[in-house]
Design a protein around this ligand. Sequence first.
Ligand SMILES: Nc1ncnc2c1ncn2[C@@H]1O[C@H](COP(=O)(O)OP(=O)(O)O)[C@@H](O)[C@H]1O
Ligand SMILES: [Mg+2]
Length: 535
Amino acid sequence: MGQIISGSFSRGLLLKLSNDFNVEDLRIGKFVVIEGEKTKYFSMVTDILLETNNPKFLNHIPSPEDSFIKDVLKGSAVYSLIQLTPYLMVDLKDKIAEDSVSRVKTVPPHFSSVYEAQEDDIEQIFGKEEKLNKNFYIGYPPEMEIPLCINLDKFVQRSNAVFGKSGTGKSFLSRVLLSGILKKDAASVLVFDMHNEYGWQGTSEDNKSIKGLRQLFGDKIEVFTLDPENKSYTFKDAVDLTISYNQVEIEDLELLRGELGLSEAALDHARMIQRSFEKDWFSKICNMTLGEIEEFCAQNGANIGSILALQRKLNTLVDSVKYLKPVTSYDGIKKILNFLTSGKSVVLQFGRLNNLKSYILASNIITRRIHAEYVNLTEQYLLDTTKFQEPKKLVITIEEAHKFLSPQVAKFSTFGTIARELRKYNVTLLIIDQRPSGIDSEVLSQIGTRATLLLNDENDINAVFVGESGGNNLKTILSQLNPKQEVLMFGYAMPMPIVVRSRRYDSEFYKEMNKEEKLTKEEIIRRGELAAAEL
Ligand SMILES: Nc1ncnc2c1ncn2[C@@H]1O[C@H](COP(=O)(O)OP(=O)(O)O)[C@@H](O)[C@H]1O
Ligand SMILES: [Mg+2]
């Protein structure tokens, strides 16, 4: 492509493009390699400049038809400069070993050549999918047909995010990532499937039907529904789930504050009633008669008007959120827990109850209990690693994540806790959101790997890079992504930032997921040896 002519470690390098390389064939975000004398530098194109070495030439601009003059000037008087940001370096002699790659600590000498990344460069950095490893291919670098992998073992160790404005492919990309996790058995997943698109059949924008995880992975996945009366929207054999009043806690009302229009006074009154009636507080508020309210107020110095208003609002909530029942015939959340701890995965579909109130309430109640159980299981295991098993990693997937992780609620919500405590208890989040700026910045800075599709709003773009050094170059790249299926990925599981054209989630993909992994005899022996070595 050309040679390095100047630059600095802190600001990046400048490549002078050779005359026979057309600048229009280059786009920002491209993955290129600089070959120094001893070291290769893996870099990204972060800016493109048109330059002239003598401004006088611009006094006589050649007319558009005058290709002869233009050709003469090109390469002598005018030229293109490409700004490159190097991320990783590797010794030229170490050809293969993945762990010989390190962060850049120096710059290549003058006149080092630059070329477009090749298949073995991509594999050296991002790895290759093999039966025995947890690499999963998620797409291609732009303008290349070489599969690009993500290391799912690393991916599930932290909470991760998929961002992008509506219609850019968040749900599709999330399905690809979740399929990878299931196929490679990197973790169990629990998906709060607000729009009924992960569990069973979903539809694309052009109304084609899209398979859900249950169709791809069979009984590795259990599907639950909160809306059993509308099974045409969900998986028809989904297990019905109801939630009893005594599972609701004040924390849930705090999350729903905006949705229900609760004032601070209303919440204070709810807390007051909870102190008196403990586990039964919710059903108590819903059912108190006027006489009981008067008596309660007289004894506790509460305000009748506030309690009546609270009662009205909670009764409206109960009417609209049909899965909430005074008592339930069986403990459905326990059943979900059992599936998860036995290594299966669960998708919870909302059917037609897919409004925000309903989504926030159920997701929060269930996650609270599951998290508490994983904390128990992990602590038990840490106390006696010979007697107990470490719980299998769990990835909890939520859409509209800013509702659970806004600065107002992230401090106390279970989702905020999970994001902050990293992988301590083997539970992490996959958050899917179109408005990252609505998420608390402390939570944002804890996100391990970020996959971001196109975003336009400046606040959202800034939020994506909270806690990431050197985000400025990447911001331009993010705002220039194609509106569909193009993702900028960076963070913990990605050795360096990269633009990815996401893998298509289509019949070809379904086939690959269904393919039985037939192991050869040698592979079985090697797996056994690896397992033995781990012990
Ligand atoms: N990886 C992909 N494979 C196939 N189609 C995709 C992919 N990504 C996006 N699309 C197309 O883009 C549309 C919007 O994607 P979707 O994931 O529903 O967006 P979002 O969840 O961000 O609103 C889909 O209906 C589909 O047609
Ligand atoms: Mg979506």
